[in-house]
Design a protein around this ligand. Structure first.
Ligand code: KG4
Ligand code: ZN
Length: 371
């Protein structure tokens, strides 16, 4: 149920002055302190890239162990850097899904321990809600807006109408966009995480050199599909001479194909969003893949053509971080909502109410369903 379809949330009895946010749903162990009046006071992200690099992707067991060994230190740093004491905290917000269950449990248990010992409310945050509200950390970004969320675990187009009020316009039916970048890099041996490496090689290549499919572009929906693209890249690389020129051309051609798919689906979603909402129209791009310059330029052009103002949150708030979890927690508290200590860790947790009640329509991936 939407909590409030307005930018003026009702005040709760709790004064949520200082919220500790905790994020641990994939391969970043993160904590942040957000002040209702003074903004973000600290933002700590401990990346696990080194631990997963030898495997070319995130290994759930390694991720869970890394979260367990770091979570206390990361939280402590966030509190210290904020210049506060634990007793000053007025609430703790933690990602409680969707994500890799070992990591989610680690962060959520830490949050429950703190909430219980400090006697402050717990907010069990949907990780996707954190991404959805991330532009509101730094921008005047009132509801409603269209959100393209593209990360290693998710690819979705969402209409964000209010706190707790999300309509999914489209999502991937198989791999997430970032996952496709990571797999493409793995096939060509370009290193992990794949996105930045594919982007670097793509700068040297010809985006028209290798013909690759644009899955689902003929469909009247806003859904994505990237699995076929990955297979096509694997075949094209196997058939190539594996030279540096071949790698650069394939990276550039792959990146162009992803850009074509994202821009086409986004344009459809924009048309739907405009039919439902009066202007001004805002378009937010969040998630780690939003770092890609070619994709950004392409999406800015799409937004301008469709009459949307493009908004790209700073990169530190695009990839997984705890500041966005603290923000979602703060907004929930301000709307009078918190959670019991029995709040479960949820490997799957669609953001939109409709999908939450429907059978999962999509395949599963490293962070659960892509829907
Ligand atoms: O949001 P994020 O940090 O974590 C997840 O929720 O997954 O996103 C990580 C994903 C990875 O798949 C990574 O390869 C991709 O974002 N990524 C990029 C770029 N930088 C990171 N993809 C394309 N181009 C980039 N420059
Ligand atoms: Zn994420």
């Amino acid at each position: 149920m939407p909590l409030a379809a307005t930018d003026q949330p009702r005040q709760s009895n709790v004064a949520p002055a200082l919220v500790l946010g905790i994020e641990s749903s994939c391969d970043e162990t993160a904590a942040a302190v957000l002040c209702a009046d003074r903004g973000l006071l600290s933002n700590i992200v401990a990346s696990q890239d080194e631990a997963h690099r030898p495997y070319g992707g995130v290994v759930p067991e390694i991720a869970a162990r890394a979260h367990m060994s770091r979570i206390d230190t990361v939280i402590d740093r966030a509190v210290t850097d904020a210049g506060i004491a634990y007793d000053d905290l007025s609430a703790v917000a933690a990602t409680s899904g969707p994500g890799l269950i070992g990591g989610v449990i680690t962060g959520l248990m830490a949050a429950k321990g703190l909430s219980s010992s400090l006697g402050v409310p717990l907010v069990a945050v949907n990780h996707l809600e954190g991404h959805a509200l991330s532009p509101r950390l730094t921008e005047d970004c009132p509801f409603p807006y269209l959100l393209l969320l593209v990360s290693g675990g998710h690819s979705q187009l969402l209409s964000v109408t209010g706190l707790g009020d999300y309509e999914r316009l489209g999502s991937t039916i198989d791999d997430a966009a970032g996952e496709a970048f990571d797999k493409t890099a793995k096939v060509m041996g370009l290193g992990f995480p794949g996105g930045p490496n594919v982007e670097r090689w793509a700068e040297l290549g010809d985006p028209q050199a290798i013909p690759l499919p644009r899955p689902l572009l003929d469909r009247d929906s806003c859904d994505f599909s990237f699995a076929g693209l990955k297979t096509a890249v694997t075949r094209a690389f196997a058939a190539s001479d594996r030279s540096d020129i071949a790698k650069a051309d394939l990276a550039a051609s792959f990146q162009r194909a992803v850009a074509d798919c994202l821009a086409d689906r986004t344009e459809r979603a924009m048309a739907r969003f405009k039919a439902d909402h009066d202007g001004p129209h805002r378009f937010v791009v969040a998630g780690g893949v939003a770092a890609n310059r070619t994709l950004r330029e392409r999406l800015v052009r799409t937004a301008e053509r469709m009459g949307f103002t493009p908004i790209f949150p700073p990169l530190q708030f695009c990839g997984d971080n705890a500041a966005m979890i603290a923000r979602a927690g703060l907004e929930r508290l301000q709307a009078g909502s918190s959670d019991p200590l029995s709040a479960p860790a949820r490997p799957r947790w669609p953001l939109d109410t409709e999908a939450a009640h429907a059978a999962p329509a999509s395949g599963s991936g490293r962070k659960g369903p892509k829907s």
